[in-house]
Design a protein around this ligand. Structure first.
Ligand SMILES: Cc1cc2nc3c(=O)[nH]c(=O)nc-3n(C[C@H](O)[C@H](O)[C@H](O)COP(=O)(O)O)c2cc1C
Ligand SMILES: Cc1ncc(COP(=O)(O)O)c(CN)c1O
Length: 210
């Protein structure tokens, strides 16, 4: 069975989302189509977090890994999102691929990836991005652009070789989904929505009114 319908050029889909009993195959199929079609960052997703006193916040991050456990992104744990995730480890993700008129929403608990996973991912980044991560107190007030550039120059001088160690507060989080919803645009706003909810080791599935 094909999990995906052909993407029409600039039009709504004629056929709905195929029935399937688990979300990951369909996610991979849609993600592969997005990777082939989107002009940039097909892995960009909106991450929503919530402070313990109930104030939500949202920002884009990049999906850097997915397996049967969940969806991985990397950030600075001292950032606003990092603080919120550590204090209240529940989050939501939202992909929107505009050229494909598709959305995927994912919700669940969040845990830190292992230090080994974060080390491996950090080491795979360009030297410039590692220098930048070491130099940035992400989400803290910055007096001027020049101050950040001065910090970057200091970090470059401190680590002249390839070895730029991962800051202990820079690492990955994995969202363990308990809900995944696929949304596909259809004519006259008669969109198709297919939702999966975790049930033990498996999933229950159903459709929602658009
Ligand atoms: C397309 C896109 C992708 C981004 N990816 C990341 C990312 O993977 N990790 C990250 O820390 N910030 C990323 N950012 C920056 C965040 O959106 C945000 O500005 C920053 O992480 C600070 O957020 P916070 O103050 O809510 O913690 C990205 C921004 C955009 C527009
Ligand atoms: C500040 C920051 N950190 C991390 C990332 C994750 O992506 P990469 O590891 O490819 O830089 C991004 C991507 N936009 C980013 O802006």
């Amino acid at each position: 069975m094909s999990l995906t319908t052909e993407v029409p050029a600039g039009e709504a889909y004629a056929a709905g989302i195929p029935d399937t009993d688990e979300p990951y195959g369909l996610f991979e199929a849609w993600f592969a189509e997005a990777a082939a079609r989107e002009p940039n960052d097909p892995n960009a997703m909106c991450l929503a977090t919530c402070s313990p006193d109930g104030w939500p916040s949202a920002r884009m991050v990049l999906l850097k890994g997915r397996d049967d456990r969940g969806f991985v992104f990397y950030t600075n744990e001292h950032s606003r999102k990092g603080g919120e995730l550590l204090a209240n480890p529940r989050a939501a993700l939202c992909f929107h691929w505009k050229s494909m008129r598709r959305q995927i929403r994912i919700e669940g608990e969040v845990e830190r990836v292992t230090a080994g996973e974060s080390d491996a991912y950090f080491a795979s980044r360009s030297r410039g991005s590692r220098i930048s991560a070491v130099s940035s107190d992400q989400s803290r007030p910055l007096a001027s652009r020049a101050e950040f550039e001065r910090r970057v120059a200091e970090t470059e001088a401190r680590y002249p070789g390839e070895d730029v160690p991962r800051p202990p507060h820079w690492g990955g989080f994995r969202l363990l989904p308990r809900m995944v919803e696929f949304w596909q645009d259809m004519p006259y706003r008669m969109h198709d929505r297919l939702v999966f909810e975790r049930a033990g080791e498996g999933w229950t599935t159903g459709r929602l009114f658009p």
